[in-house]
Design a protein around this ligand. Structure first.
Ligand SMILES: NC(=O)c1ccc[n+]([C@@H]2O[C@H](COP(=O)([O-])OP(=O)(O)OC[C@H]3O[C@@H](n4cnc5c(N)ncnc54)[C@H](O)[C@@H]3O)[C@@H](O)[C@H]2O)c1
Length: 282
C-alpha cells in the first residue's frame, strides 16, 4: 500500500460566491490559512474589497475581490475571466450566495380559525417565493455552469449550501420559500454529482444548522439581539448540543469535502447542526 500524505486544500484555486457574507467570509479566511487561493465573489463589491484588504493586511496574498451577480450569466463569465487571469485555473467552487427574505416567510406556524389570513400561507407574497427560489437555486445553478467548465480537464469539487430548513420529511415552519429552495439544492447536488462524476468533478453540500446571521437574526433574537425569541428557544431545545453554531464550525467539514481525502465522496449533503437533524425533540 502506498501512503500519500494529503495536502488538504493547499494550492487549490477556489471561487467562493457570497464570500463577503457571514459564513463564507469565515470559510474564505480558513481556506487561505490552509494554503488555498481564493476569489471572493460578491454582489457587494465594496464589502468584498474591504474584506480582501483586511485579509491582505494579515499577510494573505492569494486572494482577490471580484464583483459578480450569481443571477447574471454575463457577470459570472466576466468574473471567470478575472479569476483565470490571476490564478490560471479553477479547482473548487463554493456556492455561498443565498439566503432568505422576510417576504418569503409566513408569520403563523399553523393556521387556526382565529389566525388572520394575511399571517398565513394565504397572505404570502408571490414575489417572496420568486426572490428566494431564484437567489438560492438559480444562484447555484449558473455558477456551476460557468465555473465547472474549467474543471472538465483536471477534475474539481463543488460545495453547495443546503440547510436544516430543507429536510424533505421535516421542512421548517415559517420559511416555506427558503425550505423549498434549499430542498432543491439538496436534490440538485445529488443530480449534478451523478452527472459530473465521470469527469472527476465531485459535488457535495453542507446543511448548516442554526448560525445567527443576517438572514435569521429577526426570527431567532428579539430586538435587543440577546434574548431568544420563542422560535430561538425552540431551536435550542431541538439542538442536542444546546447552542447555535459558530461560522468556524463549518471549516473542517468544508475543507474535508473539498480535499482529496474525500475523493470517493460525491452527492452527499452533510449536516453541520449540533445534532438538530438526528433529534426528534421528544
Ligand atoms: N445563517 C444560517 O444559519 C444558515 C443556515 C443554513 C444555510 N445557510 C446558507 O449559507 C449561505 C451563506 O449564508 P450567510 O448567512 O453567510 O449569508 P449572508 O447573507 O451573510 O451572505 C450572503 C452573501 O451573498 C451575497 N449575495 C447576495 N445576493 C447575491 C447575488 N445575487 N450575487 C452574488 N452575491 C450575492 C451577499 O452580498 C452576501 O455577502 C447561504 O446560502 C445561506 O442560505 C445559512
Amino acid at each position: 500500500m502506498k501512503v500519500v500524505k494529503d495536502k488538504g486544500v493547499e494550492g487549490k484555486v477556489m471561487v467562493i460566491t457570497g464570500a463577503a457574507g457571514v459564513l463564507c467570509s469565515s470559510l474564505t479566511e480558513d481556506m487561505l490559512a490552509h494554503g488555498a487561493k481564493v476569489a471572493v465573489l460578491d454582489l457587494k463589491i465594496d464589502v468584498a474589497e474591504e474584506f480582501v484588504k483586511k485579509l491582505q493586511k494579515k499577510g494573505y496574498k492569494d486572494v482577490i475581490a471580484v464583483e459578480a451577480n450569481v443571477l447574471d450569466r454575463d457577470s459570472l463569465e466576466a468574473a471567470r475571466k478575472v479569476v483565470l487571469k490571476r490564478f490560471r485555473k479553477i479547482d473548487v467552487l463554493i456556492n455561498g450566495a443565498g439566503g432568505n427574505h422576510p417576504k418569503g416567510t409566513c408569520k403563523a406556524e399553523q393556521i387556526t380559525k382565529d389566525t388572520p389570513l394575511e399571517d398565513t400561507f394565504f397572505g404570502m407574497d408571490q414575489s417572496g417565493f420568486e426572490f428566494v427560489n431564484k437567489l438560492n437555486f438559480i444562484g447555484t445553478l449558473l455558477p456551476c455552469q460557468v465555473f465547472c467548465k474549467d474543471m472538465l480537464k483536471k477534475g474539481g469539487a463543488v460545495l453547495n449550501f443546503s440547510s436544516m430548513a430543507a429536510m424533505c420529511c421535516q421542512p421548517m415552519t415559517k420559511v416555506p420559500a427558503y425550505a423549498a429552495a434549499k430542498a432543491g439544492i439538496s436534490n440538485w447536488t445529488a443530480w449534478l454529482a451523478a452527472h459530473l462524476a465521470p469527469m472527476g468533478i465531485r459535488v457535495n453540500a453542507l446543511a448548516p444548522g442554526f448560525f445567527i446571521t443576517n438572514q435569521n437574526r429577526f426570527l431567532l433574537l428579539e430586538k435587543d439581539e440577546k434574548t431568544l425569541t420563542a422560535r430561538g428557544n425552540k431551536v435550542i431545545n431541538k439542538t442536542p448540543m444546546r447552542k447555535f453554531g459558530e461560522p468556524s464550525d463549518l471549516h473542517g467539514a468544508a475543507r474535508f469535502l473539498l480535499s482529496d481525502e474525500a475523493s470517493f465522496i460525491t452527492g452527499v449533503v452533510l449536516p453541520v447542526d449540533g445534532g438538530f437533524s438526528s433529534f426528534s425533540g421528544v
